[in-house]
Design a protein. Sequence first.
Length: 757
Amino acid sequence: MIALPAARIIRWRGWVLAAWAALFALFAPRACRVQQVLALRGGTSEATEASRATELLKGAFRTPFADYVGIVVHGPVRWTSPRFETVLDTLTAAVERRSYVGQVISVRSIGESSFVSQDRRTTFLIAALTPQSSRDLSSSYVPDLRTTISDALARVPGAEDFDVMVTGFPALDHDVRTVSTEDTERGEQRALPLTLLVLIVAFGALVAAALPVIVGVLAITIALGLVTIAARYTAMSVFVLNITTMVGLGVGIDYSLLIVTRFREELNRGLSSVDAAIRTVETAGSAVVTSGLTVVVGFAALVATPLSDTRSVGVGGLLVVAMAVLLATTFLPAALAMLGRGIDRPRWLARPLARFHAPTGWERWARWLGHRPWRAVAVGGAAIALLTFPVTQIRLGLPATNWFPPESESARGLEALREMGASGVIQPVRVVVQLPEGESALSARRLPGLKALTDSIRKDPRVREVRGVASVKAAMSSLQLAIYYSDPEQVRAKNPKFFDAYLSADNRVTLLDVIPADTVSLTGLMDVVRRVRGIVGHSIRGLAGAEILVAGFAASNVDTQHQLMRQFPKTVGLVLGITAFMLFWAFRSLLVPVKAVLLNLLSVGGAFGLTVLVFQHGYGGRFFGLEGPTQAIWAVVPVLVFAIVFGLSMDYEVFLLTRVKEVFDKTGRNDHATMEGLSATASTITSAALIMILVFGTFAFTRVLAVQLIGFGLAAAVLLDATLIRMVLVPAIMHIAGRWNWWPGVRAPKLERQADG
């Protein structure tokens, strides 16, 4: 185990507390402003097909429709009425004046029937984002656009009866992240009182219960302050708020629970408050550092991922876990040394809660387990295997339902578009075709290839239509298209808006918008992307030598998923390898790290299985506010949950094994050490796990599906780990392994004496 300078920490306890108070005063104002520096849009550090296609669009077109929003307008009269037309013209003029908008098209400018609902009372505008503003992940133009629209409507007489909603993926992305931030604050408000209640029951004292909460809040505050500094050098996602809050509360309180529990034990043995604090740092403090390092390994692996969301979560996790470990091993022991027996106040509270702390129940369980280890392994193993089985059915992708918060403005706008049969217009799959230098997409040589590509894509029943230069006129043959485009300049002059959107000025780059049917979910849209790429992958006659790239929201997620899954095995291997080595170094045993790694994989597998059952298949999903099965699990979730849970669940392994090893080193008796270690730590592990489950479980009820998936996965993993794994399988296997638990760290003669005994 790691040796800490316990005596120095306690000797300089006044300075230690003053230093932490100064850090809190320094970083608290920064933490309050953390939302101002967090990225409101996602991004990736690696070039993908979708990102290359988007950049190609931005470079080839004067006013590219690479990133854009839809502005849905619903009025009390038909769109052809003067009142409605005034509203549309006012909105168009106001939006076009914004520096981040390159072009606006509407039914007034392009005259397409798909821009109007059947009752003629709903239409929408499309505002294209300029290439410069779309590259900035640290800010979102959506709030300013909404304010601009509101101010413009306020100047139009009679416009108060119009409902205007900004939607499209930039707006949807903004709303998801904004709602996520709001839910983080609500989660804190719900989790803290419940956590304090559990701690009061666990300690039977208000003072002792308040200390872990203080440590958790300090860890979160200082870590978020540090995040504001990290944001200067790398994009930090708003999801950092969720993870930092969840993990900070969880590990901060968990580590403090272990420290305070051990301190009270040492006081009960007759040590003075100073000596008890020193002994606590030497024992429980070392366990906390070892546990913290295992958690850090998982977050460090996330820093190497290509996605800005996962990468920044890794940075935030590293910071908050580091703060929690430092606070639990310095600030908390220093405070305990000063408080002494004062942590037991008020004493009247301890009497009614004494039964909860009585170890007799856990001692009986430990003895039963010691006499029936094979039965415990069989039952516990079967339960974990049953829970893990649904992982074989996991489908990664964008969920079909519940992805966007239904009450948000962008989600309501998307629903309005879906009702008018136009939601596919703002979520197309975009196929960018770039021909060799000097060639034209409108040449007789290339038009047949574009038509063949268009017709092949259109055959998919999930595709409503394909827009592009080869489909500008319905049912035209290749010959008719060649005749139609015999004078390209004249054709472009007749419909400049269309050709500015779908053909570059030099005619070398052209765009095909694949409009999905309104019944196609995000999951199905990803399948459409894969099919289009499959078509492009086969050489298309007439397009030889052309570069064909597929972009759009769904395509970006297909690329992100591919990147994450390609790197996931490396992440798993890195976490497993480093964790196993650290446990071997801490306990000088080969079996301990192997067993810990395998059992942790089981708890993570069981958590994934439950996530598939509840979210993908929808069993019990309504309890968490789901409208139905999601049909898929967001690919980021397994990566995040594995990296976070593997370290967190290792906490309980370290807590248990540290106490077992401590007893074993004194007695040399493995069975006795296992029973005593289990009965001594069971109450602490149960309380710590309950706190983790409360904290993570609170976020399983948020309005953002991504956060729900992560919160549920973490809570499920901790529940399984603290029950089936640590309380059943780990001690049972230790009983079965006997003297081999500690090989080669214990010399053979000692093992033989133990066996003889």
